[in-house]
Design a protein around this ligand. Structure first.
Ligand code: PMP
Length: 398
C-alpha cells in the first residue's frame, strides 16, 4: 500500500498548497438559475442579430485555420481597440498602446505578474473590485487595504486622502477603479492626478470596466496617458458591449510598458475564435452599444426609486447601484432571492448591489424591494417610531 492512501485528497492538497493560499476562498459570485439575475453586472440584453451573424461568419472563417496558432501579437484586435477607444475618449491612440487578453481580469493579472510579486506591495481603496486584491495576492504581492470616505462616512475618495495613503504605504502598484465597483461612482481626474504625483515610480492602474455607463462629462484617465508612462487604463467588452461570455479585456498604456507584459503572458494567449469575435463585435460597436442608454435609464430609475423606498442609493456612473439602509444585508439578499431576484452581497454591512438591466428586470427588483417587510429597513429619524439604532459598522470588503 502506498504511504499516501490513508490521507484524504483534501489533506494532501492542503499540505502541498502554497502557504499564502491556504484557507483562502475562491471568487464566488453565485451562478444560480433564477428568473432575474442582477448580481454580476452583466449586460442583460442579448447580442443583437446583426452582430450574431457577423460573429458566426467570423468564427466560421477562422475555423479552418485552427490547426495553426493565432496571431500572438493580436495586431488586428489591438488596432480595432485603438480605433474604438480613440473615438470613445477623444484621445488619439495607436496600436502599440493597446493590449488585450481573456477578460480584463487577465489583463490585470499580466500587470501584477510583471510588476507585483514577492516583496512588492499593491494598494487599493476599499471597498473596490475584490479581484484587485485577489489577483495581487495570488501572485504573492502584499496587499494593502486603503480606505475611502473616512471620516465623512461616504464612499468618496478625495485627492488628498488618496495621495496621503500612497505616500504612507509607498506601494509598487496602485489600483484605482472608476466608476468604482461596488460603489458605482466615478473618480474625478484630480484623484488620479494626485496619485500619479504621489507615486511617480509606481504602476498606477485605473480600472475603467464600466466607463461607457458614466454620467455625461465624466473624463477618462486615458487623457492622462501621454504624460505618464507608468499609468495604465483597463477596459472590458464584458459590460457595455454585452460580451461577458467572449472574454475580451484590454488596456491602454505606454508601448514600453506593453513590452513588459509580453514577458509574462502565455504564448498565443488570445485564441483565434476570441480574436474573431472581438473583431466582429468592434466592427459593429454602434449596434452593440445601443443598449447603454437604456441601461443608464434603468440605473437612474433604480437610484430614484430606491431612495423613495427608504434604501439610500449611492450615486452611480455604472450599470449597477449600491444601496444601503439595510438592517441585515444577507437576510435581505435571501428574501429577494425568494422573490426570484438575485442581487449581490458584496460583504459591506447594511448594503447590497443590484445590476441595472431591462425595464422588466427593474420592475421585478423594485417590486421585490417594495414588498420587503419594514423590519429589513434601518429606521431613519423620519420614521414614526424611531428606535434610534446607530449606523451599522462597515466590514471590510472581501
Ligand atoms: N474590473 C471591474 C471593476 C469589474 O467589475 C470586473 C467584472 N466584474 C472586471 C474588471 C473584470 O471583467 P472581465 O474580466 O469580464 O473583463
Amino acid at each position: 500500500m502506498s504511504p499516501t492512501t490513508q490521507v484524504s485528497a483534501a489533506d494532501l492538497v492542503t499540505a502541498l498548497l502554497r502557504d499564502d493560499l491556504r484557507g483562502q476562498t475562491a471568487y464566488g459570485a453565485p451562478q444560480l438559475d433564477v428568473a432575474v439575475r442582477l448580481n454580476t453586472n452583466e449586460n442583460s440584453y442579448d447580442v443583437p442579430p446583426d452582430v450574431v451573424a457577423a460573429i458566426t461568419a467570423a468564427v466560421a472563417d477562422v475555423a479552418v485555420h485552427l490547426n495553426r496558432y493565432p496571431d500572438r501579437e493580436l495586431v488586428s484586435v489591438r488596432k480595432a481597440l485603438a480605433h474604438y477607444l480613440t473615438g470613445q475618449t477623444g484621445v488619439p491612440l495607436t496600436v502599440d498602446q493597446l493590449w488585450a487578453a481573456n477578460g480584463s481580469n487577465e489583463v490585470l493579472q499580466h500587470l501584477v505578474q510583471a510588476f507585483g510579486g514577492a516583496g512588492r506591495t499593491a494598494l487599493g481603496f476599499t471597498p473596490a473590485y475584490s479581484m484587485h486584491p485577489n489577483i495581487a495576492r495570488t501572485m504573492g504581492t502584499t496587499w494593502v487595504d486603503g480606505t475611502r470616505g473616512a471620516p465623512s462616512g461616504t464612499f468618496d475618495l478625495t485627492a488628498e486622502s488618496a495621495a496621503e495613503q500612497v505616500r504612507a504605504y509607498q506601494p509598487h502598484l496602485v489600483f484605482l477603479c472608476s466608476p468604482n465597483n461596488p460603489t458605482g461612482t466615478a473618480l474625478d481626474l484630480d484623484v488620479v492626478q494626485a496619485v500619479l504625483d504621489a507615486a511617480p515610480r509606481s504602476l498606477v492602474v485605473v480600472d475603467e470596466a464600466y466607463a461607457e455607463f458614466a454620467r455625461p462629462g465624466t473624463p477618462s484617465a486615458v487623457s492622462l496617458l501621454a504624460d505618464h508612462p507608468l499609468l495604465v487604463v483597463t477596459r472590458t467588452m464584458s459590460k457595455a458591449f454585452a460580451l461577458a461570455g467572449a472574454r475580451l479585456g484590454y488596456l491602454a498604456g505606454a508601448p514600453e510598458l506593453l513590452d513588459a507584459l509580453r514577458l509574462v503572458r502565455l504564448p498565443y494567449h488570445l485564441s483565434d475564435p476570441t480574436q474573431a469575435v472581438a473583431l466582429a463585435a468592434l466592427a459593429h460597436d454602434a449596434s452593440l452599444l445601443r443598449t447603454v442608454e437604456a441601461i443608464k435609464a434603468q440605473r437612474d430609475r433604480i437610484v430614484a426609486e430606491l431612495g423613495a423606498l427608504g434604501y439610500p442609493p449611492v450615486p452611480s456612473d455604472a450599470n449597477f447601484v449600491l444601496f444601503g439602509g439595510l438592517v441585515d444585508a444577507p437576510a435581505t439578499w435571501q428574501t429577494l432571492l425568494e422573490h426570484g431576484v438575485l442581487v449581490r452581497d458584496v460583504g459591506l454591512a447594511g448594503y447590497l448591489r443590484v445590476t441595472a438591466g431591462t425595464p422588466a428586470e427593474t420592475d421585478a427588483f423594485l417590486a421585490a424591494v417594495a414588498d420587503l417587510p419594514d423590519s429589513h429597513r434601518r429606521p431613519t429619524p423620519a420614521d414614526p417610531s424611531p428606535t434610534g439604532s446607530p449606523p451599522l459598522p462597515q466590514e471590510p470588503h472581501p
